[in-house]
Design a protein around this ligand. Structure first.
Ligand code: GLC
Length: 753
């Protein structure tokens, strides 16, 4: 072969290799935009590799001692087929991974694949990185954050949680749960923000911003996941995953707004609900997933199915007769990532080969998934290390916030003057199933090291000087309090001046005795088991009875409301909940939380929510029972008092304007405190029925004793709108009541065209 031909071949090879290298290298070029990198990478991908990105598996493997050496081979062995699938580029993400070592090993297996596409590692980091197998910061659960009425707290919690996640090699939080709750029997209320669409929207938006930052491009951002779309909070009987049968009007007015808000705040993943909505399973709902959410609301990200919910289109909903059909219906409806397991890959490949799923649908899904991996910087930084883990988990600023979320979530429901407890209170008895229990942590959290959690018993001891007589009777279970325990409490209560009874539920995820949480819904809203019997014993002793409730969903007990001397609703306050509760009881902090969910009189009074329609009770009420709830949404007492005055706003407005108003609030008591100022609207006459009042603005303020502030609010024009008979959003001229708080101040404004 002549030298010239050799040169020609070599230069051709050089060009091809350069092109190849240039093409191969360019998606790895971090100076390019993520969109460009997606385009370049997808041009290189086979159909197998594309479908692989849509597949999610669990990282669970046999127990491995990750402190021993050479864990990669142990874990890789324990992964079985999953290891090979990763190396073939046939898995795009994982969930149920427990340690940073596992995350690193999974990423290293992905780096052995042809295109070295990193994995997304997802977890249910709802109120802290709680599913991680190691001590992490555990904050108050969502329902308590909602009670704080401080979205800033939720945003910071999400930001710090994202930081702990990335430090351990996780990049995707299955959170926030932005379902609106209308049936308090649902076991998952602790992970929601309650019953009001506006409050849920504001809190959900804040968490999306906290997790994702501006565009999830920082090394401490993660993907958020707005969930579950939609209607789990109104499913039949409050049963998780049961059908939701709800009008389009109520969906648009009550259940959709939090998702619109999350999308407006850039949420990049959405998880559909287990349940069907009016006959169509959420996971197969093309009219919602594609036509409404993507095309109308502008959702730019991708969907991840909920656990086995694509398979359940066959096994539970029975809208198809095979898993292959289930995969087809879900992917065509808009589903992008399959949680979890085998079968999906082969089915989708076969469906594409047969032309039943267009490649364009696969390309659309994969482009979104890859975009997130480029944005998160995963191609450049997919590993973590022990130093990063140790430097980030349980950071001082995280721990301080954990305490603050607990303190701010406390709601004082009743106080006949026994609180705050004085230092010279005399003898204290502490008892109840939650007095010394990690149920404080709530759902989606592993049990934490004993020293990392402050229980109520420990918190109270901290607040009292040595020498104060503090008795404790441990109650082993939440549901069955033994006669021995009852009689011991009865005896010790007789010599106590005050009894602190810490009652309620247990939603600890891995606790076999949990009484509520996912798939553990509540047939009663009362204190479960014979907890009331314990309280009656105490009441009969003559001691003052201070009841603290630790729970996710509301607890409805008329006896409790009538007989306790004080009731503090503490929700699930997290790792420092015991300290926050003790500080509340002794007056170190003045409780300023408000109910984010109505407390019905009983389970028989459901559905019970504040923003009901005018005719909800216009014809009497219940036999021998008041129709009023025990406590309305927005209720909460304080150790001080506040006075509202000087509500200033125009008498008329145009239907195209927003409304600006101001109101003075003064702390008229003798203790500093927080107040949540809430503004509601009531459309007095409307062509379709509208709620008796609707929350449209709120602000939590801190006022020193005697201090007065003027607060200003702007109520958006859209808040005056309703959906007319044709479901068009309109603002009708007429009178609107502007209601401050619980009718503390009411003014009427006339909206004119
Ligand atoms: C569960 C929950 C969902 C969670 C998922 C993964 O079924 O419904 O909220 O994110 O599984 O753990």
């Amino acid at each position: 072969m002549t030298a010239a031909i050799q040169r020609l071949i070599l230069s051709a090879l050089f060009v091809i290799s350069m092109d190849g290298w240039a093409a191969t290298a360019s998606y790895l070029d971090a100076s390019l935009s993520s969109d460009k990198r997606v385009e370049l990478l997808m041009n290189q991908m086979t159909l197998d590799e594309k479908i692989g990105q849509m597949c999610q598996f669990v990282g669970e493997a046999s127990d491995i001692d990750f402190d021993s050496k050479d864990t990669k081979s142990d874990y890789t062995l324990a992964l079985g087929d999953r290891a090979g699938l990763i190396k073939e580029g046939k898995i795009g993400s994982f969930l149920k991974v427990s340690t940073y070592q596992e995350a690193n090993i999974l990423q290293s297996l992905a780096e052995e694949s042809r295109l070295k596409i990193p994995l997304l590692i997802a977890t249910d980091a709802i109120h802290g990185h709680g599913m991680y197998m190691g001590p992490t910061t555990i904050y108050a659960t969502q329902i308590g954050l909602a009670a704080s009425f401080e979205p800033e707290l939720a945003e910071l919690m999400a930001e710090y949680t994202a930081h702990e996640m990335r430090a351990t090699g996780f990049q995707w939080a299955y959170s926030p749960n932005i379902e609106v709750v209308r049936d308090s029997r649902w076991g998952r209320i602790g992970e929601t923000f309650g019953e009001d669409p506006y409050l849920v929207t504001e809190m959900g938006n804040a968490m999306v911003r906290g997790y994702q930052g501006k565009d999830f491009s920082s090394s401490t951002n993660v993907l958020a996941s707005a969930k579950h779309f939609v209607g789990g909070g109104i499913a039949y009987n409050g049963v998780n995953g049961a059908p939701a049968d709800v009008s389009e009007r109520t969906l648009h007015e009550i259940f959709f707004p939090p998702f619109v808000g999350s999308i407006d705040n850039g949420v990049y993943t959405i998880m559909p609900a287990h349940n069907e909505i009016n006959g169509i399973p959420a996971h197969a709902h093309e009219e919602y997933l594609t036509d409404l959410i993507r095309d109308e609301w502008g959702f730019e990200g991708f969907y991840v199915s909920d656990w086995m919910d694509i398979q359940r289109l066959e096994s539970a909903h029975r809208i198809v007769d095979s898993e292959r059909e289930a995969d087809k219906v879900a992917v065509l409806a808009g589903m992008d990532v399959h949680m979890q397991g085998p079968g999906f890959f082969d089915n989708v490949k076969d469906l594409v080969k047969n032309g039943e799923i267009p490649v364009s649908r696969i390309d659309h899904a994969v482009s979104k998934i890859l975009y997130s991996k480029f944005q998160l910087g995963l191609f450049e930084n997919r590993y973590t290390d022990k130093q990063t883990v140790e430097a980030t988990l349980l950071k001082e600023s995280h721990l301080e916030l954990a305490l603050k979320t607990a303190q701010k979530s406390m709601v004082l429901l009743k106080n006949n003057g026994v609180l705050p407890l004085q230092q010279d209170i005399g003898r204290i008895l502490i008892t109840g199933p939650n007095a010394d229990h990690q149920a404080l942590l709530g759902e989606w959290a592993r049990v934490q090291p004993h020293n990392n959690v402050i229980t109520v018993l420990e918190g109270i001891k901290e607040q009292y000087a040595q020498g104060t007589k503090i008795d404790h009777v441990a109650i082993a279970r939440h549901d069955v309090i033994s006669s021995a325990e009852l009689s011991r409490v009865g005896r010790l209560a007789k010599r106590a001046d005050v009894v602190i009874a810490v009652m309620g539920e247990n939603s600890l995820r891995f606790d076999k005795n949990k009484t509520s949480a996912e798939n553990v819904d509540r047939p009663t809203l009362n204190l479960i088991g014979n907890q009331i019997e314990l309280l009656q014993k105490i009441k009969a002793s003559g001691a003052k009875l201070v009841v603290v409730l630790v729970n996710g969903g509301p607890i409805a007990s008329e006896w409790l409301t009538e007989n306790a001397d004080a009731i503090v609703e503490a929700w699930e306050p997290g790792m420092y909940g015991g300290q926050a509760i003790a500080e509340t009881l002794v007056g170190k902090i003045n409780p300023g939380g408000k109910l984010p969910i109505t407390v019905p009189r009983s389970v028989g009074h459901l559905q019970s929510f504040y923003n009901h329609k005018p005719s909800a009770f216009h014809r009497g009420g219940f036999y021998l029972s008041s129709r009023k709830p025990l406590y309305y949404f927005g209720y909460g007492l304080s150790y001080t008092t506040f006075d509202y005055s000087n509500l200033s706003m125009p008498e008329t407005m145009s239907t195209s304007d927003s409304l600006s108003l101001s109101v003075d609030i003064k702390n008229t008591g003798d203790m500093d405190g927080d107040e949540v100022v809430m503004i509601y609207i009531n459309d007095k006459v409307s062509t379709v029925t509208t709620p008796v009042r609707k929350l449209v603005a709120f602000k939590r303020v801190h006022l020193k004793r005697g201090e007065k502030q003027t607060l200003s609010f702007t109520i958006a024009n859209k808040d005056f709108a309703l959906l007319d008979r044709r479901m068009n959003s309109v603002i009708e001229p007429g009178e609107f009541e502007i209601i401050i708080g619980d009718r503390l101040k009411v003014a009427t404004i006339n909206a004119q065209n």
